[in-house]
Design a protein around this ligand. Structure first.
Ligand SMILES: [Zn+2]
Length: 309
């Protein structure tokens, strides 16, 4: 550890870790301290396969830290970034980390999640970058444009196919899920799927702008791609095997939350009663459950009441 540290720049600790080397007996968690990780271990860059990397930075309140993940793909035609970070400083660090790996310029940024923790640093990307977003994200991006966000140059309806250098990159809208404008980045050659906040590794889902029933349908559609690697928007970028297991476990969690809230709704409980009585079983222990559980109950009640278009 000390040797590694000493060879990297003091301003930016970038640990290059191949994701296949992660042990199988890892504790399933999104909480750094549970894995013995501290603030100084981040941000870190992991190589998924040659030329495809994930940047993990810590975010959240002091007592509830977790990672926010950006993917970047290096090609002879420039660098594509999938999701930025939550503030100008962190996104500037991401830009610096990319520049340590390649001389290629950042040419494309895909706004896969329109939430501020992935967009509020977008002004730190260099001039001339092409920002890409799904059309449903436009209202959220307009609201956030004063916070360090930017408006997209290219708007995707269902799909955008890019060829950068020799590489094919597909940007896919597979239905409304966590934000409503959720975009996947799919690398068909390596079967790597950047899932943004459609999938979090071992973290309770955020529901404030979610479409709980359609979310599961979008995940079904994503599975038809038969990805080997599912990269989460938050939570650790573990080995491909663990990530695949956690993708399905995350789906179980979404289904369990939907089923429990639907049961309470059907039995005539008010939304406040439902918040008191909801039992999410094993998912109650997941990072974010205390804060996001009530948000989810309110959102799913609104959906079941027909109050969400
Ligand atoms: Zn987020």
């Amino acid at each position: 550890m000390n040797i590694r540290r000493s060879v990297v720049a003091v301003s930016l600790i970038v640990l290059m870790l191949p994701i296949v080397a992660v042990g199988q007996d890892l504790i399933r968690t999104a909480t750094p301290s549970v894995r013995g990780l501290t603030e100084t271990d981040f941000p870190r860059v992991k190589e998924v396969v040659p030329d495809v990397y994930v940047y993990e930075a810590l975010t959240g309140p002091p007592d509830d830290r977790y990672t926010t993940n950006s993917m970047f793909v290096v090609t002879e035609g420039g660098v594509l970034v999938a999701d930025g970070q939550g503030d100008l400083e962190e996104t500037a660090r991401l830009v610096t980390a990319i520049a340590k790996i390649t001389v290629q310029p950042i040419t494309h940024v895909v706004i896969c999640s329109d939430h501020g923790d992935h967009t509020n640093g977008n002004r730190s990307f260099p001039d001339g970058v092409q920002f890409i977003a799904q059309k449903n994200s436009l209202p959220a991006l307009e609201r956030a444009a004063t916070d360090g966000g930017v408006m997209p140059d290219t708007i995707v309806d269902d799909r955008l196919d890019l060829q950068l250098g020799e590489r094919d990159i597909q940007i896919l809208f597979l239905g409304r899920a966590h934000t409503g404008g959720d975009l996947f980045v799919w690398l068909p050659d390596e079967k790597i799927l950047f899932t943004t906040e459609v999938f979090l590794n071992h973290m309770f889902s955020g529901y404030r702008s979610a479409f709980a029933r359609e979310w599961l349908v979008a995940m079904d559609a994503a599975e038809e791609l038969e990805a080997d690697v599912y990269i989460p928007g938050h939570g650790f970028v573990d080995s491909p095997e663990i990530l695949k297991e956690e993708w399905f476990e995350y789906k179980n969690h979404l289904q369990a939350v939907l089923d429990e809230v639907t049961r309470l709704h059907k039995s005539g409980q008010s939304v406040d009663e439902a918040i008191n009585r909801a039992d999410f079983g094993p998912y109650s222990d997941w990072s974010g459950a205390d804060s996001q559980g009530p948000v989810g109950i309110r959102r799913i009640y609104a959906e079941l009441n027909g109050e969400i278009e």
